[in-house]
Design a protein around this ligand. Structure first.
Ligand SMILES: NC(=O)c1ccc[n+]([C@@H]2O[C@H](COP(=O)([O-])OP(=O)(O)OC[C@H]3O[C@@H](n4cnc5c(N)ncnc54)[C@H](OP(=O)(O)O)[C@@H]3O)[C@@H](O)[C@H]2O)c1
Length: 324
């Protein structure tokens, strides 16, 4: 079967290759899928480049990638199940996460998958997992957003941001979206009531205060962000760009240190890949309160260009690779 692979760290366009690989088989508690669509995330080009270096020391391989299979978000059809799999059977349509989703066949643990509602297309399903889980956990678990609260989302036009705006609105918040002017209409259509064009205006200098600032792009000073929080408010840092060694971690730690001496909070967090969260997210989609914004779908043969697009950073929602 074909899979998008890389054997050394580097720019996606120079190291990614579509290659024939051995068909992966499911072990205990695992499910084999025929991949129909695979989502691409902002993290993918970082993993492929091995940057920041934190990626390499956290188990992906110091000098070369240990398992260079691209892609994590997946939607597909179950083709085989390993021993002790209880939730899925051959023929089920599912979505979730795995290692190496940009491939014709993928294998993953059953607890990283949920059933795909028939009304949800495979492309929309493949756009959901990591970006949607990140947005849901940021707003619900980390910021505990309540109806009527004011929430500001930076990077609102991106993969995570388009979900974050909609989920904050679904939770009853009043949302200010920070994005480029050309994306203002998009984020308003998702429910944002106020839009700040960051190329024209510094949102931290508007004298407004929010219960939560969900930071998905841009690097304003952590002090400036703190001044935009209500007492008890929270600065949620999902990552973002940073130095070549530790990426966003030093800034996240600085924000958390500052919070200890003020009446606000800050949290740098990593999304989990739990099926329960994905199920809750699918619930919002089924109710019609959240939808995937799919900017483009590209065929497997052009998957490298999809990863390149994420590296360039000017996304409008999600990019999906269609496989079958
Ligand atoms: N913690 C976690 O578990 C987790 C999970 C997923 C993602 N992340 C991180 O979250 C961040 C967002 O991910 P993503 O998938 O949404 O990325 P993305 O799809 O690349 O979206 C980023 C968006 O931000 C916009 N943007 C760029 N600079 C901006 C600025 N200064 N102010 C406001 N908007 C700006 C970009 O468009 P323009 O450049 O055209 O304005 C783009 O639409 C990334 O850093 C990613 O690594 C973390």
């Amino acid at each position: 079967v074909r899979a998008l692979v890389w054997e050394r760290y580097g720019e996606p366009a120079s190291v990614l290759r579509l290659e024939e690989v051995e068909t992966p088989t499911p072990g205990e508690g695992e499910v084999q899928l025929r991949v129909v669509a695979a989502g691409v995330n902002a993290l993918d080009p970082h993993l492929i480049a091995g940057e920041p270096w934190l990626v390499r020391v956290s188990g992906f391989g110091l000098r070369r990638p240990k398992r260079g299979r691209a892609g994590r978000d997946v939607a597909g059809v179950v083709t085989a199940v390993g021993p002790r799999v209880t939730r899925f059977a051959v023929g089920d349509e599912v979505l979730g996460t795995c290692g190496g989703s940009i491939a014709e066949v993928a294998v993953t643990a059953e607890d990283r998958l949920v059933a795909k509602p028939a009304a949800l297309s495979f492309e929309a399903a493949a756009a959901l997992p990591i970006a949607g889980i990140t947005a849901l956990e940021a707003l619900l678990d980390v910021a505990d957003v309540q109806p009527g609260q004011r929430v500001l989302v930076t990077g609102a036009s991106g993969g995570v941001g388009t979900f974050a705006v909609q989920i904050a609105v679904a939770l009853g918040a009043e949302v200010t979206a920070v994005c480029r002017g050309r994306n203002a209409e998009l984020v308003r259509s998702l429910g944002a009531t106020e839009v700040v064009d960051y190329t024209e205006e510094d949102w931290t200098a508007r004298g407004q205060r929010y219960h939560a600032v969900v930071e998905l792009a841009g690097r304003p000073s952590v002090r400036a962000v703190r001044r935009c929080l209500e007492p008890g408010g929270i600065h949620v840092l999902s990552g973002g760009e940073g130095g070549r060694l530790a990426g966003p971690v030093p800034r996240g730690l600085a924000a958390m240190a500052l919070a200890t001496v003020t009446d606000t909070r800050a949290k740098l967090f990593l999304a989990t890949e739990r099926a329960e969260t994905l199920d809750a997210l699918v619930g919002f989609v089924v109710e019609g309160r959240v939808r995937s914004v799919v900017e483009q779908t590209v065929p497997l043969a052009e998957a490298t260009s999809a990863v390149e697009h994420l590296r360039e950073g000017h996304t409008r929602g999600k990019t999906v690779v269609t496989v079958a």
